[in-house]
Design a protein around this ligand. Sequence first.
Ligand code: FES
Length: 115
Amino acid sequence: MTARAQTPGYYAHHIFFCLNERQNGEQSCAQFNAQAGFEHCKMRVKKEGLAGQGKVRVNKAGCLDRCAGGPVAVVYPEGVWYSYVDTADIDEIIDSHLKNGQVVERLVLAPDVGR
Ligand code: FES
C-alpha cells in the first residue's frame, strides 16, 4: 500500500447523486425523483450536523452511466452503489451507512447494472 492510499480522505463519506435528465425519451435518473432524493439527503445531513470536513459531503452528479438502475447514488470511499426509491431509502442510507459505516444491502445496485 502506498503512503497516499493510507491518507484519510477529506470527507469520511462522499455521496454523489445522479441528477441527469434526458430529453430523448431514454431512461434517466431525473425521471425517478432524483432531485428530491438529493435535496432530502442534503437537508438531513446538514440538519443533523453531519456535513463538513471529516464528515459527510453530498454532491450532485451528471450521468454515472448506470442508468438502468436509476435513480442511483454512490458512496465513497467504499464505492458502494445504491438504487433508491424514496426518501425513506435515503434516510436508511444516512442512518446506516453515512453515520455508522454499515452498507444498506437491500438497496445495493447489482454489479452488472449499466446504462
Ligand atoms: S442517468 Fe443516472 S446514471 Fe445515467
